[in-house]
Design a protein around this ligand. Structure first.
Ligand SMILES: NC(=O)c1ccc[n+]([C@@H]2O[C@H](COP(=O)([O-])OP(=O)(O)OC[C@H]3O[C@@H](n4cnc5c(N)ncnc54)[C@H](O)[C@@H]3O)[C@@H](O)[C@H]2O)c1
Length: 502
């Protein structure tokens, strides 16, 4: 199909007026009203949401679906053709789509290990990039993405859509205006049930998947994998995913950091936890689950005057006994995924992506904040204005929030084999300045594990080292081992460049 027949007119008045100004940017004969061409990379569950949003936006047209699984890609192309009237091209290798000058922007919802390299390649090829959270799989990749966005003058929006949520924006503004007094501490929670992903084993890769391309910057293990469900469950294997601290975490820690006005990495970090409870869940003391990320994880992030604690709980959630939390969330049951800000005069609680409340010290609701997000639209607005300041979730924010997951996990991974008693955890926590009550957090966590029949004598908690981090140089000055974990070894052909080499 020729470019001319592909073109359709933009409906949006914003784009219609602004497109005149941006036309020369694309270097192709372009009508002022032409739509922005999109390549969606990764057509799984989240990619489906991206597709829906681009189909809905009158300023965009999907030109490519990139997926290393040809079945997933073909399914997406069929559905798009029905709705859009034109069929996107399907390719397995993202570089082919990036070579096409008619592609203006890339939106990527691949597994985590691909995010940064995909974003860097896209921007090097002259595209703007919407990159899912966590924006990187390690600290160095996040810095590379920022460098690429700045060097090539590209818009890079991170998929932390709460940044565009009216409820969250108003709640954060309320905190900043002193609505609950002085606030130096927030607690971010991911209490979300995650069952075992099945036994560690030797499973075939689906025949529709190009496993070399799927593996990309991660090691190419073999044409077999150790988890039974190929897609999605990579989240719980550290070669590709980052556990819930890098899955739900970057949404919650991002809000926790945003509300406290923190614009840097933490200086001290400590993590304790484990992948616990699946033996009891399976009623088999010798059961070995295929995941190797923590399903129970508490990290304390010390930012000097301010502090954030992030808690992951993957086992059955029963908070009936946690009265304070139940009051803050307005509910005694179910998952609790959110952020609590502790102020001198009250609390602000982010309960869902579109619902926040402010409470006084007696837990009376004093203000409610409601309203959803327009995160994808915000990205297009910035692609048109060419002002990165218009982005609600610029790549730097994504890097700082994804970085929390990586820093917390580095402490966890380094201490994974350091199985300790609860008292030893308690003692180690006394070494970090936290504005939370570390003892109470630990007690709650232990109670949660006991409630889930975890025999802590047989399956003890792991305790990571207390790590000092240099936020400017992005290294651990006292630990070469931890600093080495700020990057990874890449395979030839899939090397994510360092920030100075983008
Ligand atoms: N912002 C949000 O609220 C939100 C919600 C869900 C998921 N996510 C993020 O979206 C990402 C994808 O999640 P998912 O649940 O869709 O995962 P998934 O495993 O179900 O889907 C990933 C898709 O990407 C494809 N893929 C893998 N490597 C690729 C490559 N190199 N090029 C092209 N395609 C490739 C896979 O074949 C698969 O179809 C994750 O990083 C996740 O953190 C964000």
């Amino acid at each position: 199909m020729s470019k001319i027949t592909r073109r359709r007119f933009v409906q949006s008045s914003l784009a219609a007026s602004a497109a005149v100004a941006i036309a020369p940017r694309f270097g192709r004969a372009q009508s002022a009203n032409e739509k922005l061409g999109v390549a969606v990379v990764g057509g799984g569950g989240r990619g489906g949401e991206h597709i829906g949003r681009w189909l809905h936006d009158p300023r965009t047209e999907i030109l490519y679906i990139v997926d290393v699984d040809e079945e997933a890609g073909a399914k997406r192309c069929d559905a798009i053709e029905k709705q859009q009237g034109t069929r996107p091209k399907f390719v397995k290798d993202m570089r082919k789509a990036f070579d096409d000058k008619t592609v203006d922007l890339v939106s990527t919802a691949t597994p985590n290990h691909w995010h940064a390299l995909c974003g860097v390649w896209a921007m090097q090829a002259g595209k703007d990039a919407y990159v899912e959270k966590p924006v990187c799989h390690n600290i160095a990749e996040g810095s590379a993405l920022i460098a690429a966005a700045r060097k090539y003058n590209k818009m890079c929006q991170v998929g932390t859509q709460c940044r565009s949520s009216k409820a969250c924006q108003e709640a954060v503004a309320f905190i900043a205006a002193g609505g609950i007094g002085e606030v130096n501490f927030s607690r971010a929670l991911c209490y979300k049930r995650r069952k075992s992903i099945g036994a560690l084993g030797d499973y075939p890769v689906p025949s529709s998947v190009d496993f070399n391309l799927w593996s990309g910057p991660a090691p190419y293990t073999d044409p077999r994998v150790t988890r039974s469900k190929f897609h999605y469950d990579w989240h719980w294997q550290r070669l590709y995913g980052n556990g819930d601290s890098g899955n739900q975490g970057p949404h919650q820690t991002d809000i926790a950091r945003w509300g406290l006005g923190i614009d840097t990495h933490p200086t001290n970090i400590i993590t304790y936890g484990g992948r616990l409870g699946y033996q009891a869940e399976r009623n088999d003391p010798n059961y070995v689950d295929a995941g190797d990320t923590a399903n129970t994880e508490v990290t304390v992030f010390d930012y000097g005057k301010k502090c954030i604690v992030f808690e992951t709980r993957g086992l059955e959630i029963d908070n009936a006994a946690d009265e304070e939390l139940n009051k803050l969330f307005g509910s005694a049951s179910g998952n609790k995924i959110g952020v609590v800000f502790y102020g001198s005069e009250g609390y602000v609680v982010q309960r869902t992506y579109s619902d926040c409340v402010a409470m006084d010290k007696d837990f009376n609701v004093i203000k409610q904040f409601k309203g959803g997000e327009n995160h994808f639209e915000n990205f297009i607005d910035a692609c048109i204005s060419r002002n990165a300041g218009d982005l609600n979730a610029d790549v730097r924010e994504g890097h700082l929030s994804a970085g929390m997951s990586h820093l917390g996990n580095i402490s966890y991974y380094l201490g994974e084999n350091n199985k300790v008693s609860i008292d030893e955890v308690r003692q180690a926590l006394s070494g970090i300045k936290s504005l939370d009550d570390n003892d109470k957090t630990l007690d709650r966590t232990v109670q949660h594990l006991k409630d889930n029949k975890v025999d802590l004598a047989k399956y003890p908690i792991s305790l990571g080292p207390l790590l000092k981090f240099d936020p400017e140089r992005e290294i651990f000055p006292d630990s070469a081992e931890a600093t080495a974990m700020c990057t990874r070894e890449y395979r030839e052909g899939f090397v994510c460049p360092t920030a100075d080499k983008v």
